[in-house]
Design a protein around this ligand. Structure first.
Ligand SMILES: Cc1cc2nc3c(=O)[nH]c(=O)nc-3n(C[C@H](O)[C@H](O)[C@H](O)COP(=O)(O)OP(=O)(O)OC[C@H]3O[C@@H](n4cnc5c(N)ncnc54)[C@H](O)[C@@H]3O)c2cc1C
Length: 658
């Protein structure tokens, strides 16, 4: 429910108490937004060094003045029944944003944030087409979405709002994708939840800044409920593949459930299948292990860890979450590290959102939006400059440029402190590649965990697994009762194992191979008309930001493409090969000077030919800009359609009529 001025002031004591606990910067932003008066916000600006609440040191007297003024203004709005003021002009918003983070927020970000925070009157990421088209194309254009994770849910909500028929095919028994499948101890986000959530469905009740899996999964279920998506989702249905029928300009989707196999026909196919195929390295002797083996992505809660000798293989994102979550209950934790990761603490990582902050988020108009802005800003493009090689930089093996080097030193200092000055452990934990070469992790008390007496960090390579444990190349055997595979995903095999066949009978696999996917803006592939790949090639974020934002941008673009089909009666749209190739050349060029190409970095971002296929080189604001408009001239748009394709869809016994 939207906060109102009446609800904000009906219990003044509660309001006052909440403001004392709530973050001061969003309060100041609300005050400026409601009054147009910059005085207090700009008095506070010199005390603000970023978007996080721990980056401000606004003096107490100034805080109190701001709180009292805000109470007065809220009462005035409520008393006179005033509506929210009109959206402030661009320059005013920019000035507000800049003051509130203590540095210049470039002008190009302002419209992106207006959209992300839903400050404007219209939801510009929703379907923008004519609300009442004069023909029935909207009802007869049929869409199939594969996958009901964040991407599939997002696409479903937007299509539902647009009144376009769709069905979501999901192989799991429930929605949520990543957040349904991963439930290992300690599983949670490393992107702050207040913007790792849909812009069209913000949640003001996150209990923490970084929530655990159960809360995120509950949120996604609530979104499914709120938008009535369940009636569109077929659970327990795996899509084996899809074949484009050129004559009829439709996709024939092969779906399978417990009862067998069936074909569905649709005009547009949206794949929202994510990247989560668990990867287990082939280690000699694994099959002979006498204990239990569990992968973090397929956690088995019947596997008992308490009092056991547990070996964790892998020190990436999931290893860093699971280790500290189980360390105190196990007899011994042996951690096998192939490559160390850069990881940095965040004072809010384990923190609960205070009662006062929750109250303000739920009751004070605009507070949630401005809070989202601050956190979004803090955790996104600000670090982009760290990623670029400075050709004049004199320590190229260690870092890329002066900022990147400074970060390196800051993290090393942080690790030294967390490791209590243990230089041997510090040496083992210090990556040989520059920060951001792999995703920078949030320290989940990992380094403190390594200091515990029941923990051993092993950096010798694994030779094989014996019946009783793990044997390293040096010949040491590390006994274990349980092996935890924190070995991540085969993320580069996009759309695998589906067989997607486009025009001229060419399969996507024959074009992409196992590890060389390319698409225009990560979504459109020549020879595959009316196919939209969500979370496709070069869309993963590795510097910051949230996958939810990326997905929303892609879904907005997809909607604009579908809108063009509806409004112009196109039967098919297919990205031009020259446009696609030029875009991918540009992506490759951009990557050349970026951290992922650093010779010291090996990661799933790159394929075997050293081409970066997964990460996005764009700043968030760039990706937002390039996905805002759908340019028909970049596509081969085929007529006739208006009636014919609709008839074809109907004749083909379309899914929605079933
Ligand atoms: C533990 C963990 C923590 C993460 N934390 C963050 C974070 O902090 N910030 C961030 O930005 N990202 C994070 N990510 C990345 C995360 O995967 C994305 O943020 C997001 O959840 C991806 O959503 P998705 O819908 O694209 O894919 P998924 O969540 O993988 O959903 C895909 C869905 O498609 C279904 N599916 C796949 N193939 C088929 C098929 N053939 N037929 C039918 N259904 C199919 C799957 O069952 C699944 O439900 C994290 C990932 C993991 C594993």
């Amino acid at each position: 429910m939207q906060a109102t001025f009446q609800s904000a002031v009906q219990d003044e004591a509660a309001l006052r108490a909440a403001l004392q606990q709530a973050d001061i910067v969003p309060s100041l932003l609300v005050l400026t937004h409601l009054t147009g008066d910059f005085d207090l916000l700009e008095q506070a600006a010199p005390y603000i060094a970023g978007g996080w609440n721990y980056q401000e040191s606004v003096p107490q007297a100034l805080r109190e003045t701001a709180q009292e003024q805000l109470i007065r203004v809220l009462k005035d709005y409520a008393g006179r029944d005033r509506p929210l003021p009109a959206l402030p002009p661009h320059d005013v918003l920019q000035r507000m944003m800049s003051a509130s983070v203590g540095s210049n927020v470039p002008s190009e970000y302002v419209p992106m944030f207006v959209e992300e925070l839903r400050l404007g009157e219209r939801d510009t990421r929703a379907f923008q087409g004519d609300a009442t088209p004069s023909y029935d194309a909207r009802e007869t254009l049929q869409v199939v979405i594969v996958g009901a994770g964040i991407a599939g849910i997002c696409a479903g909500v937007r299509l539902k709002q647009a009144g376009i028929p769709f069905v979501i095919l999901e192989r799991n028994a429930k929605p949520g994708g990543t957040w349904y499948e991963n439930h290992y101890p300690g599983c949670g986000v490393d992107t702050p939840n207040h913007f790792y959530s849909f812009s069209f469905c913000p949640n003001e009740n996150w209990s923490r800044y970084f929530c655990s899996q159960d809360e995120i999964w509950a949120y996604l279920n609530a979104v499914v409920d709120k938008f009535g998506l369940d009636e569109h989702i077929q659970y327990g249905v795996e899509v084996n593949g899809a074949r484009y029928n050129e004559e009829r300009a439709v996709w024939e989707v092969e779906k399978q459930n417990a009862d067998g196999q069936e074909d569905l026909v649709c005009n547009c196919l949206i794949t929202a299948v994510g990247h989560n195929i668990p990867s287990t390295p082939s280690i000699t002797g694994l099959e002979n292990f006498g204990g239990q083996v569990v992968h973090t992505a397929r956690w088995d809660h019947t596997v008992e860890l308490a009092g056991k000798r547990v070996a964790v293989i892998g020190t990436g994102a999931s290893g860093m979450q699971v280790g500290p979550a189980v360390v105190d209950s196990v007899e011994k934790l042996t951690v096998f590290q192939r490559t160390p990761h850069w990881a940095m603490g965040n004072p809010n990582y384990h923190k609960a959102v205070s009662e006062g902050q929750l109250w303000a988020l739920n009751n004070i108009p605009l507070f949630g939006q401005w809070h989202r802005f601050l956190i979004f800003w803090a955790a996104s493009d600000m670090v982009h400059e760290h990623l670029h090689v400075d050709p004049t930089w004199d320590q190229p093996a260690l870092s890329l440029n002066a900022q990147n080097h400074k970060l390196r030193e800051t993290i090393i200092e942080y690790m030294r402190k967390e490791l209590d000055g243990d230089e041997e452990l510090l040496r083992k934990c210090t990556p040989s590649y520059p920060p951001y070469g792999k995703r920078l992790l949030r320290d989940n008390h990992w380094f403190r965990m390594l200091r515990k007496p029941n923990v051993e960090l092993v950096t010798d390579a694994i030779s094989h697994i014996s019946h009783d444990g793990i044997v390293t190349k040096s010949g040491d055997e590390h006994p274990a009762d349980v092996l935890v595979m924190a070995t991540g995903f085969s993320a580069a095999k996009l759309l695998w194992p589906m067989e997607i066949v486009g025009t001229h009978g060419r399969s996507i696999r024959s074009i992409w191979g196992d590890d060389d996917p390319r698409a225009y803006k990560g979504m459109s592939v020549p020879g595959f008309p009316n196919l939209f790949v969500l979370a496709g090639p070069n869309t993963a974020l590795s510097h910051g930001g949230s996958a939810v934002f990326q997905i929303e941008c892609q879904v907005a673009y997809t909607l604009r493409a579908i809108q063009a089909m509806i409004e112009n009666g196109y039967a098919s749209i297919e990205v031009r090969a020259d446009i696609h190739d030029a875009y991918n050349n540009q992506i490759d060029q951009m990557h050349q000077g970026m951290v992922w190409m650093h010779p010291g970095v090996t990661s799933w971002y790159k394929n075997k030919n050293n081409r970066v296929t997964m990460t996005s080189p764009w700043r968030l604001v760039d990706f937002w800009r390039i996905t805002r408009e759908f340019d028909e001239t970049e596509y081969i748009c085929a007529q006739p359609a208006r009636t014919q394709s609709a008839q074809q869809a109907r004749q083909a016994n379309c899914v929605m009529e079933a």
